[in-house]
Design a protein around this ligand. Structure first.
Ligand SMILES: [Fe+2]
Length: 622
């Protein structure tokens, strides 16, 4: 227990699985947080988050020796125990993977404390002053990331992911400074790994393609015989789903326990009578129906877990984290059920967020510090990454001889940019601190007009270089949300969907229409952000939290009558979201983006002499 009155400085880190990250809290206040991928430019980088740590410390002008503790987001030895037990119970099957895993663990992961000390020593100039290194359980880190920064003094807590040490799902209760875990589900029975198996079977990459599966699901024929048939096959063969939301996977159909794949492909092909989709195989209706079946079953599992959490805790509010809590369709399914008055989700719900949760767990549980609940939440809009001044940006633009226009008045620039958007232009929008979590929330965003029926196709193919079916999200003025969407809730972190308002909808293409016909049939007066099932994955923008982004959308509203824009992350397929102005500039020049805004600077593509140093690359699967 700390008895000193000096501020408590805690650094949380996650690493060596996927989404390495660092987060710094001082006396329970979130100061900085960032994923390593944004610095190294390697998507889902799993290496030690050296750059993210250096950034977090620099944000608070601290050095390593100032820290009171460094907290790792899981317990490696416990995880190693699970690996050993799993391989032993399957031996001699999986021996090659066992040998490879042992080599990795014996080489470094088993001696994590030493590994972290060595890595930190390379950052610190005074190796002797490295603070204590603590370890938080994986799902406790998720639970802490969900509860402590939430706006609730007490809440039910649900954490769902692939797997931590043993736990794959936990239900708990947060009250004041305390978190109590009430129920756990253990490996190999995992909702996250089940969803990943469908992701892989439909031809997407595990740990990154889950969003795509979710985006593909609305192309399935809701209520059709095939979807019902697939659901029956899943529930009778793959998953034994219990009333309380717990489940047991039939491991004869899965390979992830000891193999390198998620599903046993021949078994699945026999069951579903369609081949595992490879990149060259088109998205036929069967894959879309399978994606829908997987999504509907996930929704049902999540709802049952939420009901159990309610029954166990009696709480009015629910908080969530873990990779599955990024499934905004399932999140909304729980929300619409009305079981809880409010649901709050950690914006970095995946393993990156474990870094922040680990720091919070140490602060409140290890050091026993008192929690003060923030009114909205303690995440500062999730704008917790690096920022760059106008002066720094100007220096770079001048050095590179890049033509730009500087606005003294930000409001004037908003009027001009709103006009550009209204005239069909695509604008890169770079402001302030980078977002924490996988979503761009108006500081590293690409923006366009949601009314434009051509915009989804143009953005997917010419700007993002990604699959044409993938939908885009709207950012709407918080106070105008109900004008466009049927919801009374805010969604500041883009983690919920809501139906587009019924009065705005137009008849959709018939079910037997081709994907292209269905995509090209405007479904509402904001077609670029209306998915096939009339849903939208919205961000509600508060003037208090992000005044600059709010001002731009408001300027767009003054000109067009519409208080919303398309907001997609500022990156191209296969690359992390941009962090620096230089990266934003390169992305701007390499794509068919029309304008770029960097702080108060506006760049017009037509004035750029250095348009595309190279042809847009054939981007790898992201
Ligand atoms: Fe996790």
């Amino acid at each position: 227990m700390s008895t000193s009155s000096k501020p408590l400085w805690i650094l949380g880190i996650s690493a060596f699985y996927h989404d390495s990250a660092a987060a710094l809290i001082i006396d329970g206040n979130v100061i900085a947080a960032a994923s390593e991928e944004r610095f190294t430019r390697k998507k889902y980088d799993q290496s030690f988050p050296r750059n993210a740590i250096v950034y977090c410390l620099s944000e608070a002008h601290l050095s390593v020796s100032d820290l009171d503790a460094i907290v790792f987001y899981d317990k490696p030895r416990k995880k190693f125990g699970r690996l050993m037990a799993t391989y032993m119970s399957h031996a001699p099957r999986g021996v090659e993977n066992f040998v490879a895993a042992m080599r990795e663990w014996m080489g470094k992961k088993l001696f994590m404390r030493r590994l972290i000390r060595n890595e930190i020593a390379q950052i610190s100039s005074s190796a002797g002053a490295i603070p204590p290194i603590l370890f938080s359980e994986h799902h406790l880190s998720h639970a802490a990331s969900a509860f402590y920064p939430s706006p609730h003094t007490s809440a039910a807590i649900l954490t769902i992911d692939g797997v931590g040490e043993w736990a794959t799902t936990t239900i708990g209760r947060g009250e004041g400074d305390r978190i109590t875990i009430l129920k756990e589900m253990h490996f190999p029975h995992s909702i996250g790994l089940l969803y990943s198996a469908f992701t892989s079977y439909c031809g997407f990459k595990v740990n990154s393609g889950e969003y795509k599966l979710m985006g593909l699901a609305p192309y399935g024929e809701s209520g059709s015989e095939r979807v019902a048939h697939y659901k029956k096959l899943i529930l009778e063969n793959l998953v034994d789903l219990k009333e309380d939301g717990s489940l047991f996977l039939n491991m004869a159909y899965f390979d992830f326990a000891i193999g390198s794949r998620t599903c046993d492909t021949p078994m699945w092909e026999k069951l579903f009578a369609i081949p595992q989709r490879k990149e060259e195989i088109p998205f036929t209706q069967e894959y879309m129906d399978l994606a829908l079946a997987a999504q509907e079953i996930t929704n049902e599992i999540m709802l049952r877990l939420a009901k159990t959490a309610k029954a166990l805790t009696g709480e009015r509010c629910l908080v969530m984290a873990g990779g599955v809590a990024l499934n905004c369709v399932s999140n909304s399914y729980i929300r619409v059920s009305g079981i809880f008055d409010d649901i709050w989700i950690q914006p970095a719900a995946g393993d990156a967020g474990g870094a922040l949760g680990a720091a919070f767990a140490a602060h409140h549980i290890y050091f026993g510090k008192h929690r003060i609940t923030a009114k909205d939440d303690a995440m500062h809009g999730s704008y917790l990454g690096p920022s760059f001044s106008n002066e720094e940006t100007v220096r770079h633009l001048k050095k590179e001889h890049i033509p730009y226009h500087e606005y003294e008045r930000f409001d004037r620039m908003c009027v001009d940019v709103a006009d550009m958007l209204a005239n069909g232009n695509v604008v890169g929008w770079f402001q302030g601190r980078m977002e924490w979590g996988p979503r761009a929330l108006g500081n590293r965003s690409i923006l366009a007009d949601a009314r434009n029926p051509e915009m989804q196709k143009r953005l997917n193919l010419k700007i993002k270089f990604r699959e044409g079916f993938r939908p885009f999200a709207p950012s709407v003025l918080e106070e105008d949300t109900a004008t466009y969407f049927e919801t009374r809730h805010n969604s500041p972190y883009m983690l919920f969907t809501a139906p587009v308002h019924e009065e705005r909808r137009k008849p959709s293409a018939p079910q037997n229409a081709t994907v292209s016909e269905r995509l090209n049939t405007p479904r509402s007066d904001i077609p670029a952000v209306t998915h096939l099932d009339y849903s939208a994955r919205l961000q509600t923008v508060s003037r208090t939290t992000n005044e600059r982004f709010w001002s731009l959308i408001n300027a767009f509203k003054q000109q067009t009558g519409y208080g919303l824009v398309i907001n997609t992350s500022f990156n191209v397929r296969g690359e992390p979201i941009v962090c620096t102005p230089e990266e934003a500039l390169r992305c701007f020049l390499d794509t068919e983006m029309d304008y770029l805004v960097l702080g108060n600077m506006l760049l017009d593509k037509r004035e750029q002499k250095t348009v595309s140093r190279e042809k847009p690359r054939a981007y790898a699967e992201d």
